[in-house]
Design a protein around this ligand. Structure first.
Ligand SMILES: Nc1ncnc2c1ncn2[C@@H]1O[C@H](COP(=O)(O)OP(=O)(O)O)[C@@H](O)[C@H]1O
Ligand SMILES: [Mg+2]
Length: 512
């Protein structure tokens, strides 16, 4: 048997699955694409996570696009973190190109141009579905993390969350948190200290300064209502196509701290709300993070550990996470070791450091009787990659230099007008743009303080008039009145709106 036929059989044998799969291209041998030697990924192992790596311009983002499209066609919803704003083209059909036809001829797949159901999400005030979360939902652990709190400061933050939980004071935005911090050091000092512990004024001052810094990074627009419900990410159209949710993050690139926080909170929320999946034959949601080095950049060891444990845990919820980045070493070792699908585009060998990285990368791939991995890594063309997936038994599929299929949708971005049309037709944009204006900690504490002041003034006047000495007793009973008035106001608030969700939520328990 000749070598080509032998290779063809080898690839086909390793890419035959019991269940459903997606086809991403055809295997190559010595630079030649072997038509119909299709490289596939079984749907069943898509929750085992993955990595798409390679130098700039080698085709990482297009590979992401190809994967997202094929998942959508299988009815699997997708979430894309679009750092550079270059993925919106998925909503429009590809105009086609002779080069694309040539590519598909070699692969042995018909090329079909089509558009995909897209929802645009945004963290800022850009047009799209507003992604927001309340401070309460963040919980004390994550909130401490974003402001990079010291141990002492974290202790205070936990007290404030506990206090607001006990007193049913919703913490919606940063204004609420600042108010409760102020309250606990002034009017409510005695009450808080008696029941929860001391709040040192200098630590409180530092926390306040850090929150102001966070506001200056633009984080305040991210906190508040209406908070995003993660089950809106798993929508499937009437025709059975998975919705591709694109989070446009172009304005967050220079704020890596904010981005990693947002990612972590989103993953934690998904983890706590999605049901356990057991042995499923397909994922519920697949998340791609383009330019993923941004989440790990400047992230502390503690944050790395948190991401690592979430990556591990979220699999059981049927969620697959795919990191797209230049160098595999951008991803922490603990995360890297958990990845099932690896798509490695070309690496360049300019410097000694590059060569070392290539050697390390090659070592992370299964051996192949057909390739010298190091050599292949530097000779891959654009839109070609070394691919290794997991079969249904969890074993790596044969390593294959792969000619990847082209995206069926447009490879460039949408115009503003096209984006506007998508947003106009979206149900979610309307749902989440609704301004919820309900009383939260800020208003409730203000009322409480006002009431206390009023009562005090009244008491004084009364005492003055009667000139009796029973002021201390009546003060006590009047503070009871204050209490019940406040309680009434609170009951109204809490019955008219959502109660605080997960204050000491999932994060506290799982992210030790
Ligand atoms: N699978 C593919 N099919 C067709 N063209 C591709 C493919 N992958 C990459 N290309 C071409 O290469 C260019 C760069 O790809 P891109 O994914 O943006 O690179 P990266 O994200 O690695 O910087 C694309 O604009 C496109 O012209
Ligand atoms: Mg890219």
């Amino acid at each position: 048997m000749d070598k080509k036929q032998e290779f063809f059989d080898f690839i086909n044998a390793g890419n035959t699955f019991k269940g459903d799969f997606i086809t991403i291209g055809a295997a190559m041998l010595e630079g030649e694409t072997i038509t119909d030697a299709h490289v596939k990924v079984p749907l069943q192992t898509l929750n085992r996570h993955g990595l798409i790596a390679g130098a700039t311009g080698t085709g990482k983002t297009k590979t992401l696009q190809v994967l997202a499209e094929n998942l959508s066609d299988k009815g699997i919803p997708v979430l894309l973190m679009d750092m550079k704003g270059d993925l919106s083209g998925i909503a429009k059909a590809s105009p086609g190109h002779p080069k694309i036809d040539e590519r598909h001829q070699k692969i042995g797949l018909p090329f079909e141009a089509k558009d995909f159901p897209v929802e645009i999400l945004t963290l800022s005030e850009q047009n799209g579905v507003r992604l927001r979360a309340t401070v309460s939902e963040f919980g004390p652990v994550l909130f401490s993390r974003i402001i990079d709190a010291t141990a002492a400061q974290s202790g205070i933050i936990s007290i404030l969350f506990k206090y607001s939980d006990d007193k049913k004071l919703p913490l919606l935005d940063l204004k609420d948190f600042k108010k409760i911090l102020q309250y606990a050091t002034k009017e409510g000092k005695v009450e808080v200290e008696e029941n929860y512990g001391r709040i040192g004024p200098s630590s409180a001052g530092s926390i306040l300064r850090k929150i102001v810094e966070l506001e200056q990074q633009g984080a305040d627009i991210f906190f508040g209502e209406k908070s995003f419900e993660t089950n809106d990410l798993t929508r499937v159209t009437e025709e059975g196509r998975g919705v591709i949710n694109i989070v446009r993050l172009t304005d967050i690139q220079d704020k890596p701290g904010l981005f990693s926080t947002f990612m972590l909170s989103l993953l934690a929320e998904i983890y706590s709300t999605f049901p356990e999946q057991g042995d499923s034959d397909r994922p519920e949601l697949v998340i791609f993070i383009d330019e993923a080095h941004l989440i790990f950049k400047e992230a502390s060891k503690a944050l790395h550990n948190q991401i690592e444990s979430i990556v591990k845990l979220i699999r059981s919820k049927g969620v697959g996470l795919y990191f797209v980045t230049q160098n595999p070493t951008d991803v922490p070792e603990g995360v890297l070791s958990q990845l099932g699908l690896k798509v490695q585009h070309a690496l360049r060998a300019f410097t000694a450091k590059d060569r070392k990285a290539i050697k390390l990368t090659a070592e992370n791939y299964p051996d192949s009787p057909y390739y010298d991995t190091k050599t292949v890594l530097t000779s891959l063309g654009i839109g070609e990659a070394l691919v290794s997936a997991l079969d249904e038994k969890g074993r790596p599929t044969p390593l294959a230099a792969t000619m990847l299929r082209a995206p069926m949708s447009r490879m460039d971005i949408l115009t503003q007008k096209e984006l506007d049309t998508i947003n106009k037709n979206s149900e979610l944009v309307e749902k989440y743009s609704e301004v919820v204006d309900r009383d939260s900690a800020y208003e409730l504490l203000n009322k409480k303080i006002e009431k206390a002041n009023e009562t005090e003034a009244k008491e004084k006047a009364k005492a003055e008039r009667k000139k009796t000495s029973s002021s201390s007793r009546s003060k006590k009973s009047s503070s009871k009145t204050t209490q019940s008035a406040t309680t009434k106001a609170l009951v109204k608030v809490l019955t008219s709106a959502t109660v605080i969700r997960g204050v000491f939520g999932i994060l506290g328990k799982m992210l030790k």
